[in-house]
Design a protein around this ligand. Structure first.
Ligand code: G16
Length: 553
């Protein structure tokens, strides 16, 4: 213990906390201007090592990314042994670690927590921390800080997995703890093999045949475009992917007028695309490829794009999975009665929730942040979660997969070629394709493509599942976003007092108006979301509430 204390103190002294920096673990880890983060990343290295020790030396992940934020920002987050986000129970400890003013304070916080959580130091089995980073220029130096934090914990070993998408790292952590191959090659092979098998299961001669095998992808000038390029080499001929904004020299800056966050929030055409792409099926990834949205450039004056957002992806996946379960049920298979649920946040367009409910889906709501949605979705046999911004996945419970595997074997023997057999196989392949650890734009993209091909749908067919209610999102720059607190899955403001009443009064002026605000967990802003009967009304409501926010903060 004394030796460990001395090592931590010595190493932490090399990473002083810059004056005036206040860090909070936020929606998805610590985020700030890249240059200010060395101390925080070093300390998160220690945090990750302690997490592994606490979890019986299971592998955990540490990812250096600021995802959709501007290129000058960076961030760091920890993945638990299951591959999902670090347990929220440890977030207050993460905040205390990151905020300790001096190296001595830091070491004191560590040892108090080690005592409280009974974290065993000095175990024989090494604790493995898998490290990944995106393409941000500050990433390399921050990775070094993380390695030093890990090295400061006796028995912890850093394994650098290189430049990765965030979901790749989460996938690798999960696989490593399952005792299965966790390399990038294996990731690409798993995705491409299950995609190919799913394509092979498409019905011959679908009723419609409007599916166009060509798709254009905006890589946000981040890591996703490059990885998609590698994945494409393994994909079957039935899909032609054209990647733009892949981050190569001269293509532009990470997340600057490109990427899923830009396309979804601004409803605008990203750089690298133009009206000459009108009508094409286009997709957009974010900076670390954990979000995915689709869009179609309309070519019409004024209305630039038709956005096909995370809500529509959720609806498409729900529809497909429900259909496969229905086929199992028709075939008399009890697995067809699996409990299927959708999870959304307050940002979900009201029309999507209505569509899902009409379809007979159970729909649950959580606060923003996939850590909340993921936890909720894992309560179902098959839980599908998506944020409107395109972050989500489909979770299959172990119980359901344990039922599905022998069912596949039984149907292959007794009912080969039956509708039930094909449905069971499709569900199995979806579970292999879609990332079970966290929302993953690359695996989500392949699943969208497989389903559109299965249904013979164009992007317009998909988009016309329902019509979005007009909406608008704005952000208000504030001095201290932490003074805003909310309740009821972020739909009600608790603090500052009086602000909710002001929002209610504005909302009442607009037919079918709905509006909420919440502090961002990744940027220094308060976000405003408004929905109303017309676009002008949604814009007006968002603007009026943004003014109220500005006035009361
Ligand atoms: C992260 C989270 C998402 C969340 C988003 C926006 O995304 O992983 O779940 O929706 O932040 O959060 P906020 O509104 O609090 O800024 P990403 O893609 O940046 O990692």
């Amino acid at each position: 213990m004394e030796q460990q204390r001395a090592i931590l103190l010595r190493c932490a002294s090399g990473f002083p906390l810059p004056p005036g920096v206040k860090m909070s673990y936020g929606t998805a880890g610590f985020r700030a201007e890249g240059m200010t983060l060395a101390s925080t990343v070093f300390r998160t290295g220690v945090l990750a090592a302690l997490r592994s020790l606490k979890m019986g030396s299971a592998a955990v992940g540490l990812m250096i990314t600021a995802s959709h934020n501007a290129v000058g920002d960076n961030g760091v987050k920890v993945a638990d042994p299951s591959g999902s986000m670090m347990t929220q129970l440890w977030e207050p400890f993460a905040d205390a670690l990151a905020g300790a003013p001096t190296a001595e304070d830091f070491v004191r916080v560590v040892f108090e927590f080690v005592d409280e959580e009974k974290i065993p130091f000095g175990v024989a089995r090494p604790s493995e921390i898998l490290l990944g980073r995106d393409t941000r220029p500050s990433g390399e130096a921050l990775l070094e800080a993380a390695k030093q934090g890990i090295a400061a914990v006796v028995g912890a070993v850093a394994i650098d997995m290189g430049i990765l998408t965030t979901p790749q790292l989460h996938w690798m952590v999960r696989r490593r703890n399952e005792g299965r191959g966790a390399s990038e090659d294996e990731y690409f092979r798993q995705l491409s093999d299950s995609f190919r098998r799913l394509m092979d299961l498409s019905p011959e001669g679908t009723l419609r045949n409007a599916y166009d095998p060509s798709v254009w992808v905006d890589g946000a000038n981040g890591v996703g475009g490059e990885k998609l390029g590698e994945l494409m080499k393994l994909l079957p001929a039935g899909l032609a992917v054209h990647v733009r904004n892949s981050g190569k020299d001269g293509e532009g800056i990470l997340n600057d007028g490109v990427g899923a966050d830009f396309v979804q929030k601004e409803k605008a055409i990203p750089h690298g695309f133009s009206t000459s792409d009108a009508g094409r099926r286009c997709a957009s990834l974010d900076g670390d490829a954990d979000r995915l949205v689709y869009f179609r450039i309309t070519g019409e004056e004024g209305r630039k794009i038709d956005l096909t957002d995370g809500d529509k992806i959720l609806s498409l996946f729900s529809l497909f999975i429900k259909e496969q379960l229905a086929k199992l049920e028709e075939g008399g298979e009890p697995a067809g009665r699996a409990r299927l649920g959708a999870v959304q946040t307050a940002y979900a367009n009201g029309a999507s929730t209505e569509f899902l409910r009409r379809m007979g889906m159970e729909v649950a709501f959580t606060p923003t942040g996939v850590k909340h949605l993921h936890e909720k979705a894992s309560e179902y046999d098959v839980g599908i979660y998506f944020e409107a911004n395109g972050h989500g996945t489909v979770l299959f419970s172990d119980k359901f997969l344990r039922e599905l595997e022998p069912l596949n074997a039984e149907l292959a023997t007794n009912h080969p070629g039956s509708e039930s057999q094909k449905a069971a196989l499709r569900l199995w392949e979806v579970s292999q394709l879609i990332n079970q650890a966290v929302g993953d734009a690359l695996s989500g993209f392949l699943l969208v493509e497989a389903i559109l091909r299965h249904k013979g749908w164009s992007i317009e067919d998909w988009n016309s599942l329902y019509q979005d209610l007009p909406s608008r999102q704005l952000k208000v720059k504030v001095a201290d976003r932490s003074v805003v607190t909310t309740a009821n899955a972020e739909t009600q403001v608790v603090n500052p007092p009086g602000l909710q009443e002001a929002i209610d009064a504005e909302t009442a002026k607009y037919p079918n108006g709905r509006c909420f605000i919440r502090p961002s967990g990744t940027e220094d802003v308060v976000r405003v979301y408004a929905e109303a009967a017309t676009q002008e009304a949604a814009d007006g409501l968002a603007r009026a509430v943004a003014l109220e926010v500005g006035r009361s903060l």
